[in-house]
Every structure is written in structure tokens, then in C-alpha cells.
Design a protein around this ligand. Sequence first.
Ligand code: GAL
Length: 332
Amino acid sequence: MKKTLAILLAALMLIGMFSFASAEAKTYKVGVSIYQFTDNFMTLYRNEIENYFKTLETDDVKYEITMADGKNDMAEQTNQVRNFITQGMDVIILNLVQTSSADAVIDEIVAAGIPLVLINREPLGDNGDYSYAGILDNPQVCYVGADARQSGTFQGEMVAELDNHGDINGDGKVSYIMIEGDPENIDAQYRTEFSVKALTDAGIEVECLDDQVGNWDQTKGQELCANALTSYGDAVEVVFCNNDAMALGAATAITTAGRKVGEDIYLLGVDALEEAVQLVKDGEMTGTVLNDHIGQSHAAVDAAVKLLNGEEVENYYIIDYVKVNKAYVDAQ
Ligand code: GAL
């Protein structure tokens, strides 16, 4: 009798422990807002955020992710953030539509006591990069991104490293067109500036034939490049695009105009989208720059998890770019 009782008691304790353990299992609610779902690069990025969160799940910890499309509309994104707050998100990951609205959004999220990881679009502080007060002053807020100056520099260097340094017609200067991303975005500003700076730093003379805004968009990139090729013809030696989506469009325009990359024109992008890397391999693009969406999304999720666990985070996490020219691709 005593034995039966002891067994019963032990069984009851086990059940108790079990239910205690399962009561401990926690589902964290994660709100993610991306500036625009149709953006090629940010699509890779957001998919990897979801994939990576899944790999971190255990029997005790789950992540319920709500992914919102900011539709390139700051008012829309502000509403999404407010909904996240009402829904009681445990952490928010935010790819701002407009960095000029960073303060307003950060204030609301911080006031609600929700930790925040800003990604991809860096709001600049009074002292430029890595000095945004809303990030430095709030231990619950951090930024994950890459230094766009580096990507621009790599683009210019890939031209400077060519045998003719980009001067196809031998007139002593490199004549280029620039196709820019969203001009409010620091990535676009830095890539535009630093790609050309890498050439002039190498002692190469440059001439800007055309500088237009393609808003990161493939169709727009194609249209702008086609127009520039019509207007400036053979004078165009280098086409700099602030990202690969626009460079893919430019590649189509270049082929349509009967021009040949590597022979009578050079073409550069940034992101290392799969299609662009293929074009580099095939010699139809001179180079691109790896914008490491895996490294960045993992760093963002790792930071979010730290914040959820009440651990300290850095203010800024900056992931390196990598130069992707034909030599690099062939060596892979
Ligand atoms: C850049 C990327 C672009 C675009 C932009 C959005 O880093 O190179 O393709 O995704 O972010 O902010």
C-alpha cells in the first residue's frame, strides 16, 4: 500500500513538473515592418529574418512573427508601428520608410517599453554615422546595417582596377552615368559619392554625363539607362547603379542598345543578387558588391533575442560588404 502511494505521489510530481515546464514555454511576439515588400534586396532580407527566427526556436521558446509591408509610405508604417504597440509586441524590427521620421517612431516605441532593432536605413545623427541620439540614448534601441561608403568605394575600385581604368576611348577621363536609389536614403548618397571618389582618389579624371534617380527599381533603371545611352551613345563608358535591381534593368538596356559589357561599356551594381552574380560570371556585368543580407538579418535577430532576454546590446552592428567581380565569382 505504502509503495503504491509512493509511486502515485512520484507520478503526480512528475506530471506537476511537466505542466510547470510547459507553462514556462514562451511565445514572443515579434513585429517586423519593411519599408516596401517589392524591394528585391529587402525581400531576401525579410525572408531570412523569418527563417533564422525559426532555427532559434526550442520546445520552450517560440517566435510569432508579424511581417508588415510599409508600402513606401511613412504614414502607413507609423500606423503599423502603432498596431504593433497595441498588439503588445515583445520586440520590433523596423526598416524605416523615412529616416527623417526616426525620432517620432522611436519615441512612441520606447514610451511603450518595447525594444527596437532598426535595420538597413540608418538615421544619421548630428555627428554623422553612428551618432543618432535616439539610438545612443536608449539602451533598448540598436541599429544593424552596413557602411554604404564601403560599397561605393568597392564599385569605383573595380573600375580603377581594370587595365584601362575605365577609360575605354582613351580620352584621358572616365565618362559615367549614375543611377541612384532613393535620394533620401544614405545608402544612395554614399554610393553615389564614394564610387566616384574611389576613381578620383586613384588619380583618374571623371566626367559625369548623367545622374538620375531610379529609386532602387529595375524597370526605372532600365528606362534611365536606355535614355542615357540614346542621349550620350558611345561616350558612356561606365554605368554606376546604386543597387543591383537597377543594374539588372541597365543590363537589359545595354544589350538592347547593342553595347557589350567588358568591351565598350562597364556596369556596376550593389547587393550581389543571384541574377547579378550570374551576369558578373557571364561577363555581362563588371561587378557588384555583396550586401550581406544573411549576416545583417542574423545580426538583427540576434540583437532582438538579446533584448528579449534583457541582455545588453551594442548601439550599432555594422556588417562588411564584399567586392564581387569576375575573379571573385570564378574563385568561388
Ligand atoms: C540598400 C540596398 C537596396 C535597397 C535599399 C533599401 O541597402 O542595396 O537594394 O534594398 O537598401 O533601403
